[in-house]
Design a protein around this ligand. Sequence first.
Ligand code: NAD
Length: 398
Amino acid sequence: MSKYKIEDPGLNESGKDRVDWARANMPILAALKQRLSEEQPFKGKQIGICLHVEAKSGVWLETLIAGGAEIVITGSPGTTQDDTAAYLVKALGVGVFAWRSENFAEHMQNAKCVLDTQPDIIADNGGDLHYLLGEDESYRQLRKSIIGATEETTTGANRLREELPPFAFPTIIINDTLAKRIVENRYGVGISVVDGIMRTTNIMLGGKSVVVIGYGYCGQGVAQRLRGLGAHVTVVDTSPLAQLEAHLEGFRTSKLEDALPNADIVVTVTGRAYAIQKQHFELMKDGVILCNAGQNQTEMDLNYLRDNAETEHELRPNIEELTLTDGKKVFLLARGNLINLAGGDGNPIEVMDLGLALQTLSLECIALGKKKLINEPQNVPYEIEQATLKAALNAWVK
Ligand SMILES: NC(=O)c1ccc[n+]([C@@H]2O[C@H](COP(=O)([O-])OP(=O)(O)OC[C@H]3O[C@@H](n4cnc5c(N)ncnc54)[C@H](O)[C@@H]3O)[C@@H](O)[C@H]2O)c1
């Protein structure tokens, strides 16, 4: 069995049940698993992964393992299902470095543990593995031996294209596909964020004033689902096109400063750091609920918020009451981690069946080296996206 660091290996039985349920609803991966088990495209390959350690990912790992892969994985702060982690370790022999209560520093240490196993291929989320490869000199040799990578999400794509150095291997950006942006980001995230808020708070959304900051693919879904439940949604976005789209879709659009004083709930989903800063907290009303669905922990300046909190008290799981120096109370959900995963089960299973099929076929493309890929961030090959969409149509449209 591989090395691992998880909360409690004894939780594996309930983890097995969770993965069994997810598997029963993932026909696209089931078909891929059958083919990959015959063809063994990953035989002899170690895949180092950074992705939420939860049941749908568990089914994905079963698929990769059936195709011959050895797997080591870390997750994200606040999103790990500890029982799923135990199942992956005990039943599948996966090297898991993740636990639900880990903070960001522990998460990055866990990401190092993944790289320390010297994977041949990496599957990244948010660019954390790429960041370590680029910044940490101890991974100089590994930069040369990795044959390719995938990156799951918008934040990682932004980092790879704007901040990180070039790498000597190709990185396929799953998020570049319209398949992922529309099916997962718009429909999946929209539903699951609302589900996460409701499960966490048990409050009614109808009649609430909600400010959605960021009207990209995820924000569109979040705004639409909130409106569907009767919330009065105001959209804030720095892009004129996004503002226009929101306006034409019938949402109120506004500058952040004008929207905040009236907000009962604020949702950040920009993929950028510090969308909410010191001056914005000052504008919020007493009792405002803050949550994030975009970039982990960083979309709000939580250091400022905590530094200016006289008291911090957890009222119920994932709801912290912070009383600021001026007496105002702010309720922070899930410590600024992704509310849909920290407060719920993340995106619906079917949605991730499609998204993780894109991942699987992209990793197979890298492992087999049959297609000429360039050594830079790039879109998922057209034929992979089309094959995945057709598989989803076959599975979903009866
Ligand atoms: N919670 C999840 O399960 C989940 C799933 C997929 C993606 N994501 C994350 O959600 C975030 C958004 O992804 P997306 O695909 O919607 O991105 P996107 O690029 O399509 O949209 C982001 C939007 O935010 C706007 N924006 C950027 N900075 C802003 C600021 N300071 N104030 C207001 N608006 C701002 C941009 O103009 C853009 O319209 C990313 O961090 C992504 O990684 C989360």
